[in-house]
Design a protein around this ligand. Structure first.
Ligand code: FES
Ligand code: FES
Length: 132
């Protein structure tokens, strides 16, 4: 629904089993794997995808931090990681590296390591990345 009907291709369709986090969105401000949520279940509820995080032409601090830290590689996992990072920073604005790794453990990056992704979340934390 998000990608094909609503024209929001940020959320990726990958494992379709809730295992990879590529499809992560905020449903009523709760982080969910959208592949496990029927469109009908979201009726009347707030759904925020990676597209909805920016403010007009201004990227969300977490989006900007991923660019600035060089954390966008092929980019397939990036939208889900960004949504998960926003969720983390909303609950823990100054997370430790262990807390970042734990929060992102459900998001798989298939093409490279996680070092720059962790750097991006740390950078976002300094820029108030918990806002939505
Ligand atoms: S596609 Fe939803 S968790 Fe992998
Ligand atoms: S940047 Fe390619 S899968 Fe993560």
């Amino acid at each position: 629904m998000l990608r094909d009907r609503l024209g929001l291709p940020g959320s990726k369709n990958a494992c379709e089993q809730g295992e990879c986090g590529s499809c992560a969105v905020l449903l009523d401000d709760e982080l969910v794997c959208s592949c496990l949520v029927l469109a009908a279940q979201s009726e009347g509820r707030s759904v925020v995808t990676v597209e909805g995080l920016r403010n007009g032409d201004i990227l969300h601090p977490v989006q900007q931090a991923f660019i600035d830290a060089g954390a966008v590689q092929c980019g397939f996992c990036t939208p889900g990681l960004i949504v998960a990072a926003v969720d983390l920073l909303r609950h823990q604005p100054d997370p430790s590296e262990d807390e970042i790794r734990e929060a992102l453990a459900g998001n798989l990056c298939r093409c490279t390591g996680y070092a720059k992704i962790i750097d991006a979340v740390k950078l976002a934390a300094t820029a108030g990345g918990g806002s939505t």
